[in-house]
Design a protein around this ligand. Structure first.
Ligand SMILES: Cc1ncc(COP(=O)(O)O)c(C=O)c1O
Length: 483
């Protein structure tokens, strides 16, 4: 048995030196000092050629490893924080949160329960109370940070299904009688969650939407009543506070009424849109949040947090406890003080949990709620600026727009052929993405291929939106004249 220090350990001098190298690499990773592309074009083969190698039997110095591990990412990573990254609902990462997250990794706390990381758990509980207050959920600070919106929706629906089973005194194995309701535009993670929970596919009721893509209350009412008379058990009504597709917000107040009338769990998927409730224009959403049994919201989407940081807020800690708490001798909680006996594993799916809260805490402390609110409001203003530019131009058509998402297409007035327009817009999008100056994602709205822009980025300015519009017009004109 060796008495010497482990070769895996590192002394403070070397750690500090490597840390300086790391900060240089992280600064380059931010990409804000360079006018770099959003994403360089590449192929799977090119990246495999760069990263693939035999399993190393012997190591190399850590400073070379650090340089090597950032190389493929600097060359071929997608810069989600680039001011013209408009694809998907993926926020730009606040630099102070990036640093705080690195620190959280150094502390390597495991937030299973208060007893395993007392200070970190209290910081997470504080962050949950702050997030709750920011969006107006008006709860008692129950909830937790999770990997993202999918995990948050899964935990919420687990509570809903457990509660429905208990209220109906269903014997185990009777989940085939439960139903849940969400709009056709609702996020696929809720469908996935319901399937994981054992609900039958045809009991995941996809409610029709109106012309603005909002859930239609008449269809919801009809489906709930039909299911009740058929002996089925509605477990959850789910509303969206901003869909991924077009940013659409469901009629949340009316959904709360309907869920209350039938005593059904009311869940709101605000993974993307909930932080908009901080902005006066969308503050009305908070009225409905305050009536929901659970709310998903993702700081890694529209609160400028690095991945991964999702959050689930629960109205009632007893409901999450019912859904998740299990007795086991090897994790039995022995503390008796109510604060100190708290265990996240009694309220969620994970046992080991990383210290996600520190980066969110750092962002809120550094900027304060007012600056964050102004930044979210600016993203919404920029979406409006984009809508105006689209509506002012005869060759552009707006197809759907809400919160900070806008969908439009290139559509010269003399072209009526939808297939041709779809091909043209696909060409525009693929070329723009390949050129690397702008990144958007596509969607299809009523058969129309749309250019979808999502602005959840504190670096984006009006000049970035103008560049995007100018590029779409340039390519649209060029492809149309060559057609
Ligand atoms: C409205 C909505 N809900 C849920 C999710 C899933 O979130 P995640 O990707 O963090 O799991 C997304 C992702 O974009 C979303 O926009």
């Amino acid at each position: 048995m060796p008495a010497t220090p482990s070769p895996l350990d590192m002394d403070a001098t070397e750690f500090r030196k490597l840390g300086q190298q790391l900060v240089e690499l992280m600064t380059r990773a931010l990409g804000v000092e360079h006018n770099e592309p959003v994403m360089a074009p590449t192929t799977g083969q090119e990246i495999i050629d760069l990263v693939n190698e035999d399993l190393p039997r012997h190591g190399i110095p850590a400073e070379r490893v650090l340089a090597l591990c950032s190389d493929p990412l600097l060359r071929f990573g997608r810069r989600n924080g680039h001011p013209r990254f408009f694809g998907y609902v993926c926020g730009s990462a606040d630099p102070v949160a990036i640093l705080a997250d690195a620190l959280a990794t150094a502390f390597n706390q495991n937030l299973t329960a208060w007893r395993s990381s007392p200070a970190a758990v209290e910081i997470e509980r504080l962050v949950i109370r702050w997030l709750d207050a920011m969006v107006g959920f008006a709860g008692d600070g129950h909830g937790m940070l999770v990997s993202g919106g999918s995990a948050a929706n899964l935990q919420a629906l687990t509570c809903a299904v457990t509660q429905a089973e208990q209220q109906a005194s269903l014997p185990s194995g009777s989940r085939h009688r439960l139903t849940i309701y969400l709009s056709r535009e609702g996020h696929l993670s809720m469908i996935k969650a319901a399937r994981l929970l054992g609900l039958a596919d045809d009991h995941i009721r996809l409610i029709e939407v109106d012309d603005d893509r909002r859930l239609r209350l008449d269809d919801l009412r009809h489906k709930i009543e039909h299911d009740l008379t058929s002996g089925l058990i509605p477990a959850a009504v789910c509303g969206s506070a901003g869909t991924s597709n077009t940013g659409t917000i469901d009629p949340l107040d009316a959904l709360a009424d309907l869920a209350a009338q039938h005593d059904i769990w009311f869940h709101i998927d605000g993974a993307y849109g909930a932080p908009a409730a901080m902005v006066p224009e969308y503050r009305w959403m908070a009225r409905a949040f305050a009536r929901a049994d659970s709310l998903s919201l993702d700081p890694h989407k529209w609160l400028y947090s690095p991945l991964d940081s999702g959050c689930i807020l629960y109205r009632d800690a007893a409901a999450s406890q019912q859904a998740f708490a299990l007795d086991s001798e090897y994790i039995a909680v022995t503390q008796t003080d109510p604060r100190e006996s708290f265990a996240y594993f009694n309220h969620g799916a994970e046992l080991s949990r990383r210290f996600r809260a520190l980066k969110i805490w750092a962002t809120i402390k550094t900027h304060g709620v007012d600056r964050l609110t102004d930044t979210i409001a600016l993203n919404i203003t920029l979406r409006r600026h984009l809508d105006n530019r689209v509506e002012e131009h005869p060759n552009l058509e707006l197809l759907g727009s809400e919160l900070s998402i806008s969908c439009f297409r290139y559509h010269p007035p003399n072209t009526a052929d939808n297939n041709l327009l779809n091909t043209l817009n696909r060409q525009i999008l693929e070329t723009l993405v390949a050129e690397g100056r702008v990144l958007m994602s596509p969607t299809t709205l009523d058969g129309r291929y749309a250019l979808r822009v999502c602005i959840v980025n504190f670096r984006t300015r009006a000049s970035d939106i103008d560049l995007l519009i100018d590029e779409v017009l340039r390519l649209g004109e060029s492809f149309s004249s060559n057609a």
